[in-house]
Design a protein around this ligand. Structure first.
Ligand code: ADP
Ligand code: MG
Length: 458
């Protein structure tokens, strides 16, 4: 959204002026003015610079003043990120509005400049295969992406990656682009969002330059379009894309698309195009599992060299189940908090800082909801669930309810115990263990628990 970017650059100017007042304009010029605002996402204010030293200084010596000043002008800022990007030598001289999500390597020649996607590249330097953690939910998409990025010939055309928001589609797309550039520097890669594709197409029509537009897209070796679902309902753009697509495929050039749905589920996309999109390789990214979330957090904490206790990472992986973006946002927030208050990160501080986020991932479940649903499920009375009766037909549902409270809410073990007729937290621990054991041993029981759980969270 360019409106937001314009705003950010205006705010950045105010921030710079404020910092200059504090530390002197010479110092401000040497460091802060060498960075540009890129975006504000999940509370993380992302800046970009083409000087490694600038990035390092902004994240160490000047981190505090930078963060505090940014927060003064943009209250939603929780953390600062500074990207280092050598491929963008003009970063200091050009407006941030120009920082769009496109890439054309240097060898595209001098075709109609106006209609070329910007040569500047904002492929995120962090979005590489090396930084992509592979787990069950994404192993197929990852393997497909890697294969397409590495192979000399076009085996699968198109490669169609799809999955829910924040699960790593853009990360994989950028990783492919980086890898192709590294392995085949002569190949021309265009990476852009579907929105940008449409925007350029409309501009070409308006300026009667569609020949240049067509040439540009039809001469690439690899065309990558992110968030393809955007093209739904935009019929003229779809038509143009379809021609481009056929032309590229005929020439055995690689087309790579990502979307939030599978080709057949895309809305307002012509049947012809839909079916054609499914001819290549369609790979989906599934929602994350606990193991994958933990793996991602551990890798991130390690590269950032943060001393975050593992129990905090485990806690986050268990509680923030929505998507990876939110998980990373949570990590950034607790880091920002720790650096602001100058205290190490603990489980308690994490719970405190993330209270709102945890609540939204909690599906607003109260212990009482879980008790009610569980007793209905097992056909017993709530009063029995809370009583001290020790019949197995009652103790088992009670254990299940305790287990679900532990899994689905952020309540502490003592809190849970109290709500079950004033039981001790060790009883809750015992219940959780028991249910886990039973699930491991008895598939039918595990299935029941899963059904009950889904009925609570959906
Ligand atoms: P999408 O495009 O599917 O909405 P993104 O690719 O933007 O999602 O991913 C959101 C964030 O999560 C990014 O910062 C990305 O690096 C991170 N991420 C997602 N999946 C992984 C993964 N498997 N390993 C490491 N980081 C990941
Ligand atoms: Mg994306």
């Amino acid at each position: 959204m360019s409106g937001e970017k314009v705003d950010l650059s205006r705010l950045w100017i105010e921030i710079l002026a404020d910092i200059a007042k504090n530390i002197g304009s010479g110092c401000c010029q040497s460091w802060f003015e060498k960075a540009l605002p890129l975006r504000l996402e999940d509370g993380v204010f992302v800046l970009q610079t083409n000087q490694r030293l600038v990035r390092d200084r902004l994240l160490t010596q000047y981190h505090q003043i930078l963060l505090e000043t940014c927060q003064k002008y943009i209250p939603e800022v929780l953390a600062i990120e500074v990207l280092f990007d050598t491929s963008n030598p003009q970063a200091q001289d050009e407006g941030p509005e120009e920082q769009n999500s496109e890439l054309v390597p240097e060898n595209t020649g001098n075709r109609e400049k106006e209609f070329l996607p910007s040569k500047k590249n904002d492929l995120d330097p962090r979005f590489t295969f090396e930084n992509f953690i592979v787990g069950k939910p994404n192993e197929f998409a990852h393997a497909a992406a890697l294969r397409v990025a590495e192979s000399q010939e076009t085996q699968f055309n198109p490669l169609f990656l799809y999955g829910g928001v924040g699960l790593g589609k853009t990360h994989l797309m950028h990783a492919i682009a980086w890898k192709i550039r590294e392995n085949y520097p002569k190949r021309t890669v265009i990476y852009l969002s579907a929105e940008k594709f449409m925007y350029q197409f409309i501009r070409a029509l308006r300026f009667h330059n569609n020949m240049a537009f067509k040439d540009q897209f039809r001469s690439v070796d690899v065309l990558m379009i992110d968030d393809f679902q955007f093209i739904g309902g935009k019929e003229t753009t779809q038509e143009e894309f379809f021609h481009t697509f056929n032309d590229l495929v005929d020439k055995k050039r690689q087309v790579i698309l990502s979307a939030d749905k599978s080709p057949s589920d895309l809305e307002n996309i012509g049947e012809r195009l839909k079916s054609r999109l499914g001819w290549g390789l369609v790979a989906d990214i599934h929602p994350t599992t606990y193991e994958l979330r933990l793996g991602i957090l551990q890798a991130k904490a390690e590269t950032l060299k943060l001393g975050i206790p593992n129990e905090v990472l485990e806690f986050l992986s268990a509680k923030i189940t929505s998507n990876v973006r939110e998980l990373e946002g949570a990590l950034n927030r607790i880091m920002a908090h720790a650096s602001l208050v100058g205290r190490p990160i603990t489980l308690e501080s994490t719970q405190e800082v993330l209270r709102d986020l945890l609540r939204s991932n909690e599906h607003y479940l109260a212990i009482e909801d879980i008790q009610k649903r569980t007793s209905e499920f097992f056909g017993i009375k709530i009063a029995d669930l809370l009583s001290s009766r020790r019949l197995q037909t009652i103790t088992r549902p009670r254990q299940v309810a305790m287990y679900l409270c532990k899994e689905l809410t952020t309540k502490s073990l003592p809190d849970i115990g109290r709500k079950f007729g004033g039981r001790d937290h060790t009883t809750v621990i015992h219940a959780v263990k028991k249910v886990q054991e039973l699930c491991a041993k008895n598939a039918e029981f595990a299935h029941d628990i899963e059904t009950l759980k889904l009925s609570l969270i959906l």
